[in-house]
Design a protein around this ligand. Sequence first.
Ligand code: DAT
Ligand code: MG
Length: 140
Amino acid sequence: MAIERTFSMIKPDATKRNLTGAITKMLEDAGLRVVASKRVWMSRREAEGFYAVHKDRPFFGELVEGMTSGPTVVQVLEGEGAILKNREIMGSTNPANADEGTIRKVHALSIGENSVHGSDAPETAAQEIKYWFSDTEVVG
Ligand code: DAT
Ligand code: MG
């Protein structure tokens, strides 16, 4: 499998509980390398733009509220099959369904406060990295 890059976020529910290091360690222990990282407090406009694909879903308002409620750590992760590997270590969207040992099983509070984001495909990974980072901010 090829070396890939994927986009990851440590969401406000997690940064507020001081879990940035604990979650980053789980990503690193899974073989992923942090090649870009910054802490942002998203504006409503940024959150709505990032999650535009979900704009007609009933939970969109709650999602934007949560993402603008505190700091988020946005990251680019690199590694062998990084996109799928990150989804695996994250666990299911609803932590109640997440496998043992996954980030969401260990740390998430609910489906809405599920601690992490990860791109789901090569196309979305490229788009999402570009949404938050310039080329010179990603240092492999
Ligand atoms: P994922 O983050 O696992 O890719 P997704 O893309 O389907 O999940 O949804 C994006 C985020 O929206 C998800 O991480 C949390 C929120 N969300 C999804 N379904 C929800 C629901 N039924 N109720 C509340 N929030 C939800
Ligand atoms: Mg998603």
